[in-house]
Design a protein around this ligand. Structure first.
Ligand code: 5GP
Length: 191
């Protein structure tokens, strides 16, 4: 099964860092494995098959690869939320978020042109940690009047409680492919 392959890969190539950070830069966050990304997108398609979606949304930078692969397979447009406002962007929605890995606050921005009340959004990201990025997406969609149909993550670190944050923010459908129960003592323990 594909999920077993993904978990094996995380166990073999993932590295644990202080503060509950998992580095998977051999195949997701720096060097990327397009074939794995393809399998990830096929699994997302299977899990979200019952949803009616017209747009994939992600956050730069690490969400872009899985989101584009999914958009390609589903033949849907992909929009990535920016973490810095480009000088050429004027009409946009802005939401506040906090970076888990950098431990700093930042603004998420998306042009009003690319998120509207007609949109039924599937949000895709590499990690679900404390749920701050996902909550920012909820905020942006609320401002635009767009509907969030679901959120999909490659890796969820369950012990950082992001799922509860997103559920409390009204997200009804959350799918994570590999769920990590703990990273205690540098050991990756899956649920
Ligand atoms: P959250 O907003 O849910 O707290 O964190 C999710 C975001 O932070 C994701 O966009 C992801 O890029 C980054 N992130 C969170 N935890 C990790 C981690 O353990 N490793 C890596 N590489 N990125 C993470």
């Amino acid at each position: 099964m594909f999920i077993d392959t993904l978990k094996e890969r995380i166990l073999k190539e993932g590295k644990c860092f202080e503060g509950g950070v998992l580095k998977v830069d051999r195949f997701i966050n720096h060097q990327m494995d397009p074939y794995l990304m393809k399998q990830i997108s096929i699994e997302f398609i299977r899990r979200f098959a019952d949803l009616s979606v017209n747009k994939i949304v992600t956050v730069e930078a690490s969400g872009i690869a899985p989101a584009v692969m999914l958009g390609y397979q589903m033949e849907l447009p992909v929009v990535f939320v920016k973490k810095q406002q480009p000088s050429t962007m004027s009409d946009m929605y802005v939401a506040h978020s906090r970076s888990f890995t950098k431990q700093c606050d930042y603004n998420m921005v998306i042009s009003k042109e690319f998120l509207t009340s007609d949109d039924h959004v599937l949000f895709i990201d590499d990690f679900l940690a404390c749920g701050s990025a996902g909550k920012g997406i909820v905020d942006l969609c609320r401002q635009a009047g767009a509907t969030i149909e679901g959120m999909g993550f490659i890796i969820e670190k369950e012990f950082q409680m992001g799922r509860h944050v997103l559920e409390a923010a009204g997200v009804k459908r959350i799918e994570s492919l590999a769920i990590i129960e703990s990273l205690d003592n540098g050991q990756i323990k899956f649920k």
